[in-house]
Write a protein that binds this ligand. Structure first.
Ligand code: SER
Length: 317
């Protein structure tokens, strides 16, 4: 049985991933690590909880020893737009934090999951059908931390045998914890605004295509990659994975099938637009499909139905 530590367990992905890991591996086997934001009641009461921060290596090592941790999910990061506002902090959390985790993992023989991103690409990358192995020269600090993280994780695998594995997540759409300061956040906000006001002002321009994924698929991917047979993995850090690609018009039309009088207008935010234009329109995820069986369950319309249903119920409480 695995003994898992999740760093960043109160974030957008961490909050749902931690609960699913507890569900699969047993509540007592999954430690929720948090820093400043207080965990939800469910997270706090369903299993062990530790105030642990990847930038504090002593505390990290203490927690690893205390619970005999063998797998670390490192989900602490600043999203792309906020990382442009605070590049020094983004580097400290994204790179120095990961370095500490890899060092502790080397010493205590832990496997490490690293979430990379579509942000690991840039304008010199082929943005359509983006290959698994291609040019990675991102123009954002977020992207710089992700490429560095991929390289560092691969280095620790090759040099020290640390079992590092990673995914290049696209924009993640969820209905539990809101993302904060990401370029793809619009694809979450649009559902809340459609239900609350039947109106949404989009910060990205019409025609801006990006890869996206519904949270249940993102969580399955994070668990499946760590369960994958290592002998089948030709790649490690990090796999392209995607479930859908759309622009603001396409997601708005998917919502209109359920809320016909929903309207969207545009007020383009230059920073987010510039970032979005430097990211893939659609990645090629065939290596993930071949090497460990990646196969998402949700497309845009099945996701829209579920998002509207879940958020509708949440807001009517
Ligand atoms: N969702 C992230 C962001 O927009 C991309 O990985 O920053």
């Amino acid at each position: 049985m695995k003994k898992i530590l999740v760093i960043g367990s109160v974030g957008q992905i961490g909050s749902e991933l931690t609960l699913e890991l507890r569900n699969r591996y047993g509540n007592e086997n999954v430690v929720a690590g948090f820093r400043r934001t207080q965990p939800s009641e469910e997270l706090a009461t369903s299993g062990p909880l530790e105030n642990v921060d990847a930038t504090n290596i002593e505390k990290l090592a203490e927690v690893i020893k205390k619970y005999k941790i063998d797998t670390i999910y490192n989900l602490a990061a600043l999203l792309s737009a906020v990382a442009e506002e605070k590049p020094q902090l983004a580097w400290n959390v994204g790179v120095n934090g990961l370095y500490n985790i890899l060092e502790v993992a080397r010493e205590y023989k832990c496997a490490v999951f690293f979430p990379s991103s579509i942000g690991a690409f840039g304008l010199s990358t082929p943005l359509d059908n983006t290959p698994q192995d291609t040019i990675q020269r991102p123009g954002t600090m977020y992207g710089v931390t992700k490429v560095t993280g991929e390289l560092l994780s691969d280095y620790y695998f090759k040099r020290f045998g640390v079992d590092t594995r990673g995914l290049r997540y696209p924009g993640i759409i969820s209905n539990v914890t809101l993302p904060g300061g990401g370029t793809t956040d619009y694809a979450v906000e649009i559902y809340y605004e459609a239900i609350k006001n039947k109106k949404y002002t989009c910060p990205l321009a019409k025609g801006t295509f990006l890869d996206m994924m519904y949270m249940p698929d993102a969580i399955d991917a994070g668990i499946d990659i760590m369960e994958a047979d290592p002998s089948k993995l030709k790649h490690r850090n990090a796999f392209n994975i995607t479930a859908m690609s759309f622009d603001p018009e396409i997601i708005a039309n998917s919502i209109k099938k359920h809320i016909p009088d929903f309207v969207m207008d545009y007020n383009v935010e230059p920073l987010k637009q510039k970032i979005a234009e430097s990211w893939p329109n659609k990645m090629n995820d065939s290596c993930a499909r071949e090497e460990w069986g990646w196969n998402p369950k949700y497309d845009l319309d099945t996701m829209t139905r579920d998002m509207l249903d879940k958020i509708g119920k949440k807001l009517s409480k």
